[in-house]
Design a protein around this ligand. Sequence first.
Ligand SMILES: [Zn+2]
Length: 299
Amino acid sequence: MSVSIIEKIIPADNPNRPGGNYQKSYITIHETGNRDAGADAAAHANYLYNGANGETGYHYTVDDHEIYHHIPDNEKAWHAGDGGNGTGNLHSIGVELCVNAGGDFEQTKKNAAWLAAKLMRDNGIPLSNVVQHNHWSGKNCPQTIRESGTWDAFLAMCQAEYDGGQPAPAPSGDAYTVQAGDCLSAIGQKLGMDWRDIAAINGITEPYTIYAGQVLMLSGGQPEPAPQPVTGYKVGDHVVFSTCYRSSTAPIEEHLTASQMLRSHGVITRIAEGTRNPYLLDNGLCWVNSGDIRGLYPG
Ligand SMILES: [Zn+2]
């Protein structure tokens, strides 16, 4: 999936473009809070460009059909509410989601997840540093996502986009898309089915590992194929990783960031087949998948 990004960079002398050059280590998700019809990304782009909202600014606005870019990613912007030296204002990229009447908010979230994955890749930002505006200032933002309890699902969409996968299809009558935090027994209870039947239909055996974004079939038919082993790297490659896992089958939500590890690089010492995170680094440092690898270690 790909969404067009329209560059409409705010003039450099606007008060809502304070400038500077900062490394970005977070992505902050907001909602505009403007439910008027027509309050889409283009409207917000004009508003920001004209300096109509004083000093407040941020980097991107996303709606259900396009994305506007207002401030270069490396510059600071007053959007996080954590002060003039705040990590949110200085070191996070602000992304606003439109909530305009008549807009398709589900599509807006998908577009925002695509953008977040792009920004994660471009800046080496782990999923654990994709945060709500609420994280910095306590404000109830992004309000709709917070109040509908869909933040974890949104993060799973970001990770799916980051991994290069297509967003999981919506649940239909005979399929269910695993949400972050789900386990088979909870899904069975939710759907009124015996979880052992769901496991059998989908060829899932002990230890019954499932992962967010996986599509489970609920009646006979073709089971979801297992994740394909990734073959882009080989044993002996010295790679740099952004996130990693304790096991080859650990689900997305159990990822560890590189900063939690002894180091952020290692040599591939084994490749497991048919697992989610096929590459073992340094005989046990951690497991990674191709989406976690940022490239070969320099030198
Ligand atoms: Zn906000």
